[in-house]
Write a protein of this length. Sequence first.
Length: 41
Amino acid sequence: MERAEIRRELAEARQVGEDRAVDFQDKFVELRKVGLPEILS
């Protein structure tokens, strides 16, 4: 999988509501700002 695909799948899995997600620091962010966990960065 490419990084973009992984990022997209993680954002969808961590989605809360229509346009929000929980990032890897346990903060609510926009879907596009979820990013990758540190181990994959």
